[in-house]
Design a binder for this molecule. Structure first.
Ligand code: F6P
Length: 354
């Protein structure tokens, strides 16, 4: 099957538009006919709701839609799945991603990108919706600058660390999972007057730690965005430990500058703190489970918006949500800028800790 540019090229041999100059062809008013959708990087609850929205809104526009399996790897391997309305039925409530996902090293190479382009052309796909995080968008940005292939990105990561959107798909579910787990830990911590150091995901960002920390009434939250002063933390914990009648919960993001939960616990021990201490690493349970209502709605809005954007000729942008409205941020900007944490939330933790 020929794609839109190849078909277009049949009538333009005088103008000589090369097969790979897709942006040029699109700018000349060709309608997108076949979208490829894929998920990439770490999975996030709500990705399935998003796939459903992309598929159904594309079909609504009479645009063919294929799922690309395993992220960029499937693009390279030509692993495509033609999708109809019923193929995405009964998935809105499911965690994970029906299209699977991967972190693909081969796509970072020029040869890998060439292979991906050849597979897309062979399948007749003329535009992409990429659901993932900054690694996904960095790859898309590179692909667009090489081949001018139209791509819209949708932020899907539990980390919520994408610049250009207030929320990413999966974040709300993940923080609710953390809150649920820590509430249970608090029961046992309180029963034994213990200190629990609980590690949550976030190797570069503290959004999960910060928001869930407020919600569970954590005594302290340690995040990569701020310097952790271990001695101050120990002085504070000493006081609480001495009262012999209090549990303490410290939430630490895995990428904190002072280390993860194990390292913090070791430092606490080194300082001879007389506080019965336990460590709990929540790990990948934060990535699974039924997406929350908020994530399903966000995923549906961004999924529909991504198709509308492509149909309007937008490309090379991440769709997001800012102050409750849909917004667009160029990939380059979304990847280059670091989303900053809300310092006010950190202050709230300090103010409210007993
Ligand atoms: O999805 C993002 C993230 O959850 C990070 O917070 C975490 O460090 C990483 O993924 C873990 O990735 P993997 O499952 O590949 O080990």
């Amino acid at each position: 099957m020929r794609n839109i540019y190849q078909r277009f090229a049949l009538f333009t041999h005088i103008i000589q538009i090369p097969l790979h100059s897709k942006a040029t062809a699109l700018n000349m008013g060709n309608k997108i006919q076949h979208i490829g959708v894929f998920t990439s990087g770490g999975d996030a609850p709500g990705m399935n709701a998003c796939i459903r929205a992309v598929v159904r809104s594309a079909l609504n526009e009479n645009v063919e839609i294929s799922g690309i399996m395993n992220g960029y790897q499937g693009m390279i391997d030509g692993d495509f799945l033609s999708l109809g309305i019923s193929d995405v039925g009964n998935i809105i409530q499911r965690g994970g991603t029906i299209l699977k996902t991967s972190r693909c090293e081969e796509f970072k190479t020029p040869a890998g990108m060439q292979k991906a382009l050849a597979s897309l052309n062979k399948q007749g796909i003329d535009a992409l919706v990429a659901i993932g995080g900054d690694g996904t968008f960095r790859g898309a940005n590179e692909f667009i600058s090489k081949f001018g292939f139209p791509v819209i990105g949708i932020p899907g990561t539990i980390d919520n660390d994408m610049y250009g959107t207030d929320f990413t798909i999966g974040y709300d579910t993940a923080i609710n999972t953390v809150v649920d787990a820590v509430d249970k830990i608090r029961d046992t911590a309180e029963a034994h007057n213990r200190l629990f150091i609980i590690e949550v995901m976030g190797k570069d960002a503290g959004f999960i730690a910060l928001r869930s920390g407020i919600a569970v009434g954590a005594e302290a939250v340690l995040i990569p965005e701020t310097k952790t002063h271990v001695t101050e933390l120990i002085t504070y914990l000493k006081k609480r430990g001495e009262s012999k009648n209090a549990s303490s919960i410290i939430i630490v993001a895995e990428g904190d500058d002072a280390g993860g939960a194990m390292e913090i616990a070791a430092k606490v021990k080194e300082h001879g703190l007389d506080y019965d201490t336990r460590v709990s690493i929540l790990g990948h349970m934060q990535r699974g489970g039924t997406p929350s209502c908020m994530d399903r709605v966000l995923a549906s809005r961004l999924g529909v918006g991504s198709v509308t954007a492509l149909m309007e000729g937008k490309t090379n942008q991440m769709i997001g949500i800012n102050h409750r409205d849909i917004s667009f941020t160029p990939f380059e900007k979304a990847c280059k800028h670091h989303k900053s944490i809300n310092r006010h939330l950190l202050n709230i933790i300090e103010t409210l800790a007993g």
